[in-house]
Write a new protein. Structure first.
Lengths: 186, 186
DNA sequence: AACCAACATGTCAACTATGACATGTTGAGG
DNA sequence: CCTCAACATGTCATAGTTGACATGTTGGTT
């Protein structure tokens, strides 16, 4: 599983508490890459600590513990990130599954779903473009690297949007419009 | 969870045996949308049958059973596919996670991973383009609807490829070359 | 006639993830 | 000083997933 690697990755950028990590998973990371709730994060941090890949560097106010990666953890992370094409990477995406199964709907239903998808992609796109405005041009400093991820999301949305529009066109062409009766076919 | 819906969706297109369904998950469906092995598929088919969403329509040679969706199953599938924006769709993608965590690597390592990603996307792209050649122009008949999914994959690869190239450029610009290599730029 | 790859299904233990429930702390604002 | 939202962590039962193991059939080739 990849949760430990996700945690190592986040901690490698900057030490954090379990709580902060949990917040991280509520954002883009959890939305596009990997989901996790605090009920899996806290125990996993414990396991990583036992394995010596992370360590508690600070204890704060509300019983909070700040974790940081150890050299061994950094090595483990690097190994995972640079690993070979990785056979069987885990994939599980409900939205994409819907897209794959769209063919099981009759054209009118499929069209309405596609329109919804197109709208959502457009909205996500606008959202990320706004973010880009704020953060300005991409200047990946030692810290502000999330830009790579943001750009990825942006291009992803563009692709989905374009695809949905294309698919709508295809369907409209082949499933003749219901409009004011024009059965047309034989 | 979505496995039952994936099965309903596949069976809605055409009745199949558990074995055939398993094969389906080894292709693009499993690679991009939803993974599942036969050890989860067979039991799930049993549960769906009990719930009256699918039924065995034929028993073949090697103890094979062909399943088909019932009207109730079709209704369930339709409900799921046309369902609201679905707030908490499950997402879990190891490759995308890698991309999100790339920032944790130092530039040389990140670059080599990005190059690998770009190459793989290019390969996938070529693969799908070849498929498109064979199947000819998109003519979604009652059966050949997988084209929507193929086009989706194609655009997905394009997006990943473009992103990787962009990211490489960004990194090369900001992380000044170390070696005796001519920096060239500026 | 023997062999084998592909067909076809299954069990089960171990592991992972999720949602419901639980508990206590701190700081800011009224 | 009281209250409450956000901070911060945890348990536990249930449910879902995976990999290892297991078994038998059929059709084509040698």
């Amino acid at each position: 599983m990849s949760l430990p690697h996700a945690l190592l990755g986040l901690l490698a950028v900057r030490p954090r508490s379990g709580y902060e990590l949990t917040k991280e998973f509520e954002g883009y990371l959890g939305r596009y890459a990997w989901q996790a709730g605090h009920t899996s994060i806290y125990p996993e941090l414990g396991k990583l600590a036992v394995r010596g890949l992370v360590e508690v560097t600070h204890e704060g106010p509300r019983g909070s513990r700040t974790y940081a990666v150890t050299p061994a953890g950094r090595e483990e992370l690097r190994a995972w990130l640079t690993a070979p094409p990785s056979r069987s990477g885990k994939v599980r995406n409900e939205e994409v599954l819907r897209m794959f199964l769209l063919s099981a709907l009759d054209p009118p239903d499929a069209l309405s779903v596609l329109r919804r998808i197109a709208d959502e992609a457009a909205a996500g796109l606008a959202d990320l473009r706004a973010v880009r405005e704020v953060t300005g041009p991409p200047v990946p400093g030692p810290e502000g690297f999330g830009i790579l991820a943001a750009e990825f999301g942006l291009r992803q949305y563009e692709a989905v949007h374009g695809w949905a529009l294309w698919a709508i066109e295809q369907l409209e062409q082949h499933a003749e419009p219901a409009g004011s009766e024009a059965p047309a076919e034989s």
